[in-house]
Design a protein around this ligand. Structure first.
Ligand code: UFG
Length: 344
């Protein structure tokens, strides 16, 4: 008889990062169970996951902020060992237009989880936070000890609020919850199989899907949002991490919690490569690695953009043993392969 796989609930498991995490979890020997309401994901992600894994993954089509529905999932899936909480709205610009929707969804789903988990004795949580909590940092690279700054958008504020909520819950006298907060830098690229990847609805907000859609002829031209920043080539600097590398950080975080190796009730880790690349470097690298000439021009600055941010990735390396493996060039090649697959 084979021992059953350890069950991990993955909220937002059909989304961009969530789907890659589901694959890595399963391949590491866990049994992922997906919760997703498909508000910003597509059913085709499930087919991709199944095709990679050669098996189906349980999926509950509910809103994670619906506490009663969430309770039903925990009741139907006994022995959940931990939760990875991805489910959230993530568009910075949209959050300025619809702040209430962001607070209701992003904070609401966190509150629902924190209410239901203890009812079922589930004590391990990995939360997808963001480097957006650092705002415009005074010094680079940012470490986990870099002070957070006022968020530049309601989206960013929801991430800060969720971190604060977790800290307050963890400080309560009867607390049993242990949480790892993962502060992601900029995830890009797709699974090497090109069976799962980013599925932006409408015009992409993010740089890499905009680049691949421009190269594919879906968009006429990429506009680079400003070249007059105080950076070596004048364009913004970010830390671009391959989505499969990012997904793997969740597996090691879960493992750490289940092994009772966490040294604090809340631990925080940057998840980035530790290297910054400018927008122009990304464009040039994309052109080199794909052989595609990209139509682009320099436009005005985008309101709210941080001039430069990249991770100090030392803590994740030393404590989690986590290091990224994929270069920017390979990440961009995987994004292009995925774009070509989508076109078919
Ligand atoms: N950019 C362009 N042209 C575009 C799109 C983006 O020049 O058409 C530039 C941006 O101005 C920025 C860089 O490419 O300098 C990266 O932009 P993204 O929109 O891809 O990513 P952001 O760094 O703005 O945002 C990401 C996540 C957010 C998160 C934020 C934290 O998308 O969820 O990092 O800094 F909050």
């Amino acid at each position: 008889m084979t021992t059953p796989r350890t069950k991990i609930l993955v909220t937002g498991g059909a989304g961009y990062i969530g789907s890659h995490a589901v694959v890595e979890l399963y391949q590491a020997g866990y049994q992922p169970v997906i919760v997703d309401n498909f508000s910003n994901s597509q059913e085709s992600a499930l087919a991709g996951i199944e095709s990679i894994l050669g098996t189906t993954v349980p999926i509950y089509r509910i809103d994670c902020a619906d506490e009663a529905a969430l309770r039903g999932v925990f009741a139907a899936e006994p022995n959940i060992a931990g939760v990875i909480h991805f489910a959230a709205f993530k568009a910075v610009g949209e959050s300025v237009q619809k702040p209430l929707a962001y607070f209701k969804n992003n904070v609401g789903s966190m509150l629902a989880l924190l209410a239901v988990m203890p009812e079922f004795g589930v004590e391990n949580l990995v939360f997808s936070s963001s480097c957006t909590v650092y705002g415009i940092p005074d010094a680079l690279p940012v470490t986990e000890a870099t002070p957070t700054k006022p968020a530049s958008s309601p989206y960013g504020r929801t991430k800060q609020m969720c971190e604060d909520i977790v800290h307050d819950v963890a400080a309560a006298p009867d607390n049993k919850l242990r949480t790892i907060l993962l502060r992601y830098f900029n995830p890009i690229g797709a699974h090497e199989s090109a069976k799962i990847g980013e599925l932006p609805l409408g015009v992409p907000n993010n740089l890499v899907p905009f680049i691949t859609q421009t190269a594919a002829g879906i968009r006429e031209k990429l506009t680079i949002n400003g070249s007059d920043y105080d950076t070596p080539d004048g364009t913004n600097i970010r830390d671009y991490i391959h989505v499969v590398d990012l997904a793997k950080s969740h597996v090691v975080a879960v493992q750490r919690l289940l092994d009772h190796k966490a040294t604090d009730t809340v631990e925080t880790f940057n998840v980035g490569t530790g290297h910054g690349n400018s927008v122009l470097e990304v464009v040039k690298t994309f052109e080199q690695v794909t052989g595609q000439k990209l139509n682009y021009s320099i436009g005005p600055r985008r309101p709210g953009d941080v001039p430069a941010i990249y991770a100090d990735a030392t803590k994740a390396a030393e404590v989690l043993g986590f290091r990224t493996e994929t270069s920017l060039a390979d990440s961009l090649a995987s994004a292009w392969k995925w774009q070509q697959t989508l076109a078919k």
